[in-house]
Ligand binder design. Sequence first.
Ligand code: 8NA
Ligand code: MG
Ligand code: MG
Ligand code: MG
Length: 305
Amino acid sequence: MSLESRFIGCLVGSAIGDAIGEMAFSFPEREALLSALGDAPELSYTDDTAMALALGESLLMVGDVDEQHLGETFRRHYRQEPWRGYGPGPPTIFAAVEQEGFSYREAAHYLYGNGSLGNGAAMRIAPLGLFFYRSADLVEKARLSATVTHVHPIGMDGAAIQTLAIARALSLAPGQAPDFPIFLQQIMFPGLVPELREKLKMVEALLARKVSAQEAARILGRSVRVDESLPFALYAFLRYPCHFEDCLWCAILNGGDRDTLGTMAGAVCGAFLGVEAIPAYWRGKLENRALLENLALDLLARCSG
Ligand code: 8NA
Ligand code: MG
Ligand code: MG
Ligand code: MG
């Protein structure tokens, strides 16, 4: 399978996971969701993908993570499309930058007392995982990109784990289910916060014990906190690595922050399987598909490391 297919699969898989995950709030049962998907004229994405597009745009313009440029790009996209379903944090930061003259990082520190540990920095990270997939500085780049909105160590490390998961998925042998203990070991890094390290160990134990997905979701969490959502998204991928739809159903049909669980699982699964593994009738309905595909190809053409 080509790297082109995997880069496109990552961004398209992520956006489709976002859009279908968002629909699952209204249609939480699989049959009703399938029926609604058949009727829907378009699959519309939310803030997860809007912020990913902004991150990709900034990386291509600067060639690196530049806090100020990235913050400005996020803020401009938000002002153009404030209705995408943003969490409360980013708009609060944008207002503080505009009204108080803070830097993005400064404004991000004031959120929730000690910075956000929401899943917002991880949900948008796919373009960075692609752009730096061969870089030795992957963790550092991901954490730096997070600081514009998420300075809590858990929020930053969640973004770094998802970046490593995408980079690792790109390099797995195609068509062969990854060895999950090895995969999980490879997405941990020195200094990783204990909250996320423990959760990744729990993912391994739950996969080994073959508990139900519902039970795994309950134990791992599925909230807007990154340590209570990213582990279950990775569980969904590792449980159904070779089947995009089953991976997505697992991620979004067990409650919680469905759009973002779909985004994070879809990015990793799409990077592993390539775009052809994503149902064509979903791809055909995806909002701004050409924009996402072109971004993926531009990131591949310019990726560093
Ligand atoms: P965020 O930074 O505002 O964080 C999201 C939420 O996490 C906050 O509203 C807080 O409740 C909680 N939180 C974050 N940091 C802390 C902390 N240090 N202490 C206590 N609570 C904290 O936004 P974000 O960009 O991280 O958010 C991403 C999520 O919001 C995604 O799911 C995205 O789709 C969006 N969103 C979610 C929902 C939902 O699931 N109900 C609805 C609309 C939008
Ligand atoms: Mg969203
Ligand atoms: Mg957000
Ligand atoms: Mg969400």
